[in-house]
Design a protein around this ligand. Structure first.
Ligand code: SF4
Length: 445
């Protein structure tokens, strides 16, 4: 199936396919990876009003598409879901052709229609001998003798003996006319033939619907299996503790912020260690979450050499670190004292209660990335926003804050932050909130 030529999008009824199906077909039709904008342009050419965001939402990493290194989207042609989609497209095309042909049951029946409809689910499909004679003659396109009609009918699974067919042909007032030698042909249009054609075509529709239903079930099962495999791989990953070791670049508070319109609350989870070293088989920079007790015991600070074993974070939306639930945490070697003049402050971080008492001001995310990653007063918080407390609708993002002295030369507040509300305009957290939160401190504290 994958080696079949891709169907042109122009030849199908696009309203019968999902946006993801159309993305797959657009890429298959083009025969090369496409960017979102190119896919959107192709679909807009078909009269589909689509935006890049809706394409991103429709795909969200599902097979048979995958991202290339340069950010485009390519098709995995031998993926089973693509084979199923191709089959569905072909069935739709065939169904449409048939639909057009059978819109008028006065049009003659064709052999391929009989092949699709027959053998019938019942012995005769409720067809009389006269119906069968008419259908066989019409599909053969020439006069037939009764033995020929019987043989043709048997080929399609219709069980009529010759004597019964002969009796039907010999009755008065049929639409048949004798065509020597010993053959029959159709004399004139007749409502009984229209009825026979209608029955055959209705059966084709029913069979097509049943096949489509079975296909949908198969596709749903394929999707379920792919999702399960993904979940199992994720679960296996999360169940594995990873050994790590390296040098601490910074220690910052690990605090989660919950917002509900104009209200906010903090959960003090512990500390975040930014480490340059080895995690599993990789050498890179990574972040590990530890508890307040572990920090109080070992007093980690920038420059220390540490090691431990941690789990990957299960839900990145509620954590600011990559790894947590750390065990075997060990101070391998105390680092030298940091003599650099602040900012940033790289000494021993205070207890979490100190952070709570000091209060924070919003910090521009770019300033945080450029100057504050190493500072004990910087903090990136995962933020959970309760949009509708009744429906428990939540949104997630991260925000950066500064607990440091108000006179810090690096400090930039950045844009004010907005919090969505239920059936209400966004609430804007203005400067007075920061001033109020840090009002107990003087400019240099
Ligand atoms: S702005 Fe805040 S977090 Fe950044 S260096 Fe200054 S005190 Fe530290």
């Amino acid at each position: 199936m994958p080696d079949q030529a891709p169907t042109s999008l122009d030849s199908i009824d696009v309203s019968r396919f999902s946006l993801l199906d159309l993305m797959v077909l657009a890429i298959a039709e083009c025969g090369m990876p496409l960017g979102y904008a190119e896919i959107a342009t192709r679909l807009q050419g078909l009269g589909i009003d689509v935006w890049i965001e809706s394409l991103q939402k429709a795909w969200h990493g599902l097979p048979p598409l995958r991202k290339t290194d340069d950010g485009r989207i390519e098709l995995v042609p031998d993926h089973p879901t693509f084979a199923l989609l191709q089959r569905r497209v072909q069935d739709h095309v065939a169904h449409d052709q048939l639909e057009r042909a059978s819109q008028d049951d006065r049009s003659p029946i064709r052999p391929e229609e009989l092949e699709r409809a027959l053998p019938p689910p019942t012995r005769t499909l409720g067809l009389s001998g006269l119906h069968v004679i008419g259908l066989m003659i019409e599909s053969a396109g020439r006069p037939l003798s009764i033995p020929e009609v019987s043989a043709e009918a048997r080929k399609y699974g219709l069980d009529f003996d010759e004597a019964a067919l002969q009796r039907s042909a010999d009755r008065p007032h049929t639409f048949l006319r004798a065509a020597p030698p010993e053959r029959w042909t159709i004399e004139s249009p007749d409502p009984r033939m229209t009825e026979a054609r209608g029955r055959v075509r209705k059966l084709i529709k029913l069979k097509a619907e049943k096949a489509a239903c079975e296909r949908r079930n198969r596709e749903a099962f394929e999707r379920y299996r792919a999702q399960r495999a993904e979940e199992e791989a994720q679960a296996a990953r999360l169940e594995r503790k990873v050994l790590w070791q390296g040098q601490v670049l910074s220690v910052q508070p690990r605090i989660r912020l919950t917002r509900s319109y104009d209200e906010r609350s903090h959960s003090y989870l512990g500390y975040s260690l930014r480490i340059a070293g080895k995690i599993g088989n990789e050498s890179r920079e990574f972040t590990v979450g530890i508890g307040a007790a572990a920090q109080a015991k070992s007093a980690f600070r920038a420059g220390d050499h540490v090691s431990g074993a941690s789990y990957p974070v299960a839900n990145q939306r509620t954590e600011s670190v990559e790894y947590y639930k750390t065990s075997a945490l060990k101070l391998v070697a105390r680092g030298p004292r940091v003599d650099e003049a602040p900012p940033p402050w790289r000494s021993l971080p205070p207890a979490l209660t100190v952070y709570r008492e000091r209060g924070h001001r919003r910090l521009d995310p770019r300033t945080y990335e450029m100057h504050c990653l190493a500072c004990i007063w910087g903090c990136r918080m995962p933020v959970e926003m309760i949009v509708d407390p009744w429906k428990r609708t939540k949104r997630y993002r991260s925000e950066t804050f500064c607990y440091g002295p108000k006179t810090c030369a690096f400090y930039r507040s950045g844009k004010t932050r907005k919090v969505p509300g239920r059936n209400a305009p966004n609430w804007e957290e203005e400067n007075w909130v920061d001033e109020d939160a840090t009002s107990k401190r003087g400019p240099d504290e």
